[in-house]
Design a protein around this ligand. Sequence first.
Ligand SMILES: Cc1ncc(COP(=O)(O)O)c(C=O)c1O
Length: 388
Amino acid sequence: MATTIDEPQTTTILPQPRTRVLAMPEYHPPLAGRHALRLDFNENTFAPSPRVFAKLQQLTAEGLTIYPEREPVERIVAQHHGVEPSQVILTNGVDEGIHLMACAFLDEGDEALICTPTFFMYDVSISMMTSGLVRVQTDDSLEFPFERFHAAITPRTKLIIVASPNNPTGATVSREHLLAIAAAAPQAVLMVDEAYFHFFGDTVLADIATLPNLIVARTFSKAYGLANLRIGALFGDARLISFLRKVSSPYNVNGVALGVLPEALADKDYLDWYILQVHQGRERIFAALRELNLRTWPSAANFVLMDIGPRHKEFAAAMRARGVLLRDRSTDPGCDGYVRITIGVEDHVTRGIEALRATLAEMQWTPAESMHARRASSQQPTAPREFE
Ligand SMILES: Cc1ncc(COP(=O)(O)O)c(C=O)c1O
């Protein structure tokens, strides 16, 4: 009998990340290229204030060698929003703000509460810290399910994130409901994400003065048109903000963004003009979608969700072929068959509507294809899914 000699074992030892890093989901931005009319990411579709661009042209080579100073601009942002400098921290977009919130306030085992469908980065940042993510699913109306959400708060809840207006639904949450949530969870931080505040108008920003567990997030990526520069702000009680400062890197916001932000804030006329463009565009989109018999949901943001049905992929691809990018939200919970369109300036809305009409006609799309019509005809119950 032949004897076998064991090969020497060559075990490679590789470093492993934290368990939560292995478990957390990844955010995958669409990679197909965006050289077309950008009605897919809820950005400003046109430009920031011309004052921002003028300031950019004053950039010097030496200026690029200097580490950025966040504090002087935080003082300007605080004054602009009627709060104290200790009540604001500037972040690398609200994306980083969400990340800092999770780092500062969540331990493994803590619960964090969100309402789905919503902005996916909440899932990413929360899951990085804890396995205790609790999702409360909306029903078919896509409205914020206040009672069920409120009932999902437990003594272990440490972070609650609510977007108002919400992405991708455009739904809002009343101040009364937000304050009730904050009161029901004094051991938790409530972060109200007001990324789309400018297109809506209601805010709980003034409530940071009296609520020790409230953080309000604002971005300069949307109405202000600065998405490429990555700048956002978190407002809250000075005590909460001090924890966020501790976990943020000292130079998290670049000097170009810090340099132009005061110009953007000062140009109220430009901001008002852009907001009006979106309000008018939103009315035009709703009118066109009604005429095309497309089901939509009320939106207070710069986008609208529509119910295309099973041919959602074909629809988004056909729109892309016509030079208009949309965002297929079908993989969001409760959004199967739904596609989102961003509202921009007048000409972009016109081109979006023209492409919509042409695409639906070319596809010979009928309202009977919508998920709503299909559900009604199959008489499937549309009961809300409990905390998934
Ligand atoms: C609700 C919501 N919050 C935050 C963000 C991200 O904002 P920022 O560009 O400031 O990171 C988005 C972007 O789409 C969003 O929809």
